[in-house]
Every structure is written in C-alpha cells, then in structure tokens.
Design a protein. Structure first.
Length: 141
C-alpha cells in the first residue's frame, strides 16, 4: 500500500438499493471504480490524459467481502490504495466504511495498464502514471 489511503465519500441513493433495501451488489463495483478514478484525479491524472497517452487502466481480478449493510441515505467513505510490485500488475485495496465507522465491505483486486494500440499490458504500470501525475507520491510512485 501507499503511505496513506485516498478516501472519497458517497451517499447511497435509493435507486441503488435492491428489494431488501440494501445497496445492490453491482453498485459496490461502481463505487470502487469511482474511488479509483477520484484517486487518480487527485494525483493529477484525468481519464482523457491516459487515453491521450494511449493507456487505460484495466481490472483483471476483483473480490468483494460484504460485511455490513449499506442502505439508502448512508454516507460511505471509500478508500483506495495501490500496492506496487514488479511486473505488469498491481494490487488495489478498497474499504467501504459507513459514517458510524463500521466496515461495510472490502474490495481487493489486481489491475494493470493496457497499451490501447497494442491491446497488451504495459511492462511497468507505474511508468505511464508517474509521467502523467502532478503528485505521483500520492499514488506511492
């Protein structure tokens, strides 16, 4: 992980819930995606910057542990931390914590950066991010 996790807050909207009144399982993935893009944006990387460079982040694997309910109106903080390693991939750890401090879910995954022209993972996913970031330290680079 980086020295500090990035966190963004979302309020659960009623239309995102299922018939039991819980946050629909697919929305957890949308929240995680939103937090990852906010993390990159905070480091100075916009989606258009990556596309302009011919690079795109990809999710290769995701695991969700549902621990407590999220309901309409709940405020939830979504953290995001990248863990860099050698090779073409990196780990992502995200925690969804309710405003009352209760851990509602943990999402872990493996990601990479796709060369959009070659349609292959770049050899080092840190490099395109490091080049584009105005604050690479935020991403642990």
């Amino acid at each position: 992980m980086t020295d500090q996790d990035f966190t963004t807050r979302v309020t659960v909207r009623g239309y995102e819930t299922d018939t039991q009144g819980h946050l629909n399982q697919s929305v957890y993935l949308q929240y995680a995606e939103h937090a990852r893009w906010e993390y990159l944006r905070a480091a100075g990387i916009r989606q258009a910057d990556l596309v302009g460079k011919g690079a795109g982040p990809v999710v290769l694997e995701t695991t969700i542990k549902y621990l407590r309910e999220l309901r309409a109106g709940d405020s939830v903080d979504i953290s995001c931390a990248f863990s860099w390693r050698d090779g073409k991939t990196f780990h992502v750890v995200q925690r969804l914590v309710r405003e009352d401090g209760v851990l509602a879910a943990e999402i872990t995954g493996v990601g990479g950066i796709l060369d959009l022209a070659e349609r292959r993972l770049v050899p080092d996913p840190r490099e395109p991010l490091r080049v584009l970031a105005s604050d690479p330290g935020l991403l642990g680079l």
